[in-house]
Design a binder for this molecule. Structure first.
Ligand SMILES: [Zn+2]
Length: 213
């Protein structure tokens, strides 16, 4: 049962192709667990695309459309997968980054009960896997930049709640928290750190009728 979903603006950015590779990976990984968001993203993609096409050619005086279109041009082409997780529990979208399933990850130790495996780093954007034994404690830490986490196995708890497989957590720039791995099996997370996402006002205009703002 998924309790923590991407915010609407994040799902919309993904659906219209405005999210970068790292954020797309986070959303796609969540969606491999979440049929609700798969359906929502598919709907947003078709509605958002139609609305973009139907906009009058010179509707805005603030260059918002040009800005959005230039951003779309900057996005690295990325095939957004829709397939659900395999039976072994490794989301299909992650397999290309890991080079196989979770059992094949080569973990690097960060202490007796915590380990990690880097997936990629592009400038300030990085994606990695984090693993904690039951009861492992990250210690209180501060977030520089926005961090998105999706649980792949096990679970964790912090001051914002408890997170299990498929749940997505967003920690905004400047937030602090202390993460403790839940009892049971090891907690394995996909974590992406990125700059602050700014969504254009045009995206908000597209979102408004869809979400009933
Ligand atoms: Zn969801």
């Amino acid at each position: 049962m998924i309790h923590h979903h991407p915010a609407d603006d994040l799902l919309l950015a993904y659906a219209v192709g405005a999210a970068d590779e790292a954020v797309s990976l986070i959303v796609a990984t969540h969606m491999s667990y979440c049929a609700v968001c798969r359906a929502r993203a598919a709907k947003l993609e078709s509605l958002g695309g139609a609305l973009l096409q139907e906009l009058p050619p010179v509707p805005l005086n603030d260059g918002a459309l040009d800005h959005v279109l230039s951003r779309l041009d900057q996005v690295t082409p990325y095939e957004r997968p829709r397939r659900p997780a395999r039976a072994d529990g490794t989301p299909e979208v992650l397999r290309a980054y890991i080079g196989g399933d979770l059992a094949q990850v080569r973990w690097r130790s960060m202490g007796p009960r915590l380990s990690y495996a880097p997936l990629f780093k592009r400038g300030k954007v990085s994606a990695r896997l984090l693993r904690g034994a039951p009861g492992a404690d990250s210690g209180m830490h501060h977030h520089d930049g926005t961090e998105y986490t999706v649980v792949l196995q096990g679970g964790f708890t912090d001051l914002t709640g408890s997170y299990g497989p498929g749940d997505l957590q967003m920690m905004e720039d400047g937030m602090s928290h202390n993460v403790v791995a839940d009892p049971g099996e090891d907690c394995i997370n996909l974590a992406v750190t990125t700059g602050r996402l700014k969504f254009d006002s045009l995206i908000q205009k597209i979102a408004a009728p869809l979400f009933g703002f």
